[in-house]
Design a binder for this molecule. Structure first.
Ligand SMILES: [Fe+2]
Length: 298
């Protein structure tokens, strides 16, 4: 499960003070000194019981039409800072089953009951309320090919809740959690590690009974562009897709190139294309290709 970091109550920082403490060094989960310094800054921010409420009230009162690039709002997430030092800060809201947003939008909107890992590491601290609950699992990313239906050896660890003041490090490609609604409205604060290449590393969904991968949860815009370009049918797009299918370093791009081209073909030609994909040299693409051929045959 995520690493619990026992930060002592070291005083209080407001948001500006927390960002100052992170500075240009930011948050590097691979550097123990950076990790513990960032954890301490986040823990002290959590001791400021007023900053988030004050910020939200300020936005509601005066600035609802002036949301700048430094603050983005969604149904669940509030971005608190611009990227700096390879990280940024965010607050997450976790409704209970009794809250109206849960009733109107449903559990999946808040990622409840959607077991997943993360393709980035992050620190999190419970800021308000009893916190979301999670069933925690671990797995070995390095030995997973990443195809749908693969069982990469999930190991159940425990169930826990992100209670107020509890601080944890979620480790990229290792910790899996299946979240359950908080018992009452809760808020967590996060420092998220960002890296330019992280989009190329998969975040998976899982099915807990079988332990199987259900799919990649973070498709890139590049895949979508390729699918659109191929769907529009240009010769250059088809040439590029063929090249990507054979040579692209990302398995997901290779699979996307085969999927996009298969949609343009009849059953027999699509089967031939997926047969080529089976011999592509990528275990992930090969397994997905076999599954597609099975579906075509059925
Ligand atoms: Fe998560």
């Amino acid at each position: 499960m995520p690493r619990v970091i026992d930060c002592r109550d070291e005083g209080e920082l407001d948001l500006a003070g927390c960002l100052d403490a992170l500075g240009d060094r930011g948050f590097d989960p691979g550097d123990e000194g950076s990790l513990l310094a960032a954890a301490s800054a986040l823990r002290r921010l959590a001791n400021d019981r007023a900053f988030l409420g004050d910020m939200l009230i300020e936005q509601l009162k005066n600035r609802h039409r002036e949301i700048g690039e430094s603050s983005a709002y969604g149904a669940q997430s509030i971005v608190l800072s611009r990227p700096r030092g390879g990280c940024f800060l965010r607050a997450n809201i976790w409704p209970s089953e009794r809250d109206s947003c849960f009733k109107s939008s449903g559990a999946r909107t808040f990622v409840y009951g959607v077991p997943h890992d993360h393709n980035f590491s992050f620190l999190t601290v419970g800021y308000l309320g009893p916190g979301y609950r999670s069933d925690y699992y671990e797995y070995d990313y390095d030995t997973a090919a990443g195809y749908t239906g693969e069982t990469p050896g999930l190991r159940f660890v425990e169930r826990g809740a992100l209670s107020e003041g509890k601080l944890m490090l979620y480790r990229a490609h290792r910790d899996i959690h299946s979240q359950l609604p908080a018992e009452s409205l809760s808020v967590s604060l996060n420092i998220l590690r960002i890296h330019p290449a992280e989009g190329w590393f998969d975040q998976y969904g899982f099915e807990l009974e079988s332990g199987a991968i259900t799919g990649v949860l973070n498709p890139t815009a590049t895949e979508t562009f390729l699918r659109c370009a191929v769907g529009l049918g240009g010769a250059e797009a088809l040439d590029l897709a063929e090249h990507f299918g054979r040579h692209h370093p990302s398995d997901r791009m290779r699979l996307a190139s085969y999927e996009a081209r298969a949609l343009l073909l009849g059953e027999s030609d699509a089967d031939a294309l997926w047969r080529e994909a089976e011999a592509s040299g990528s275990p992930m693409v090969a397994k997905e290709a076999t599954a597609r051929r099975g579906r075509l045959a059925a």
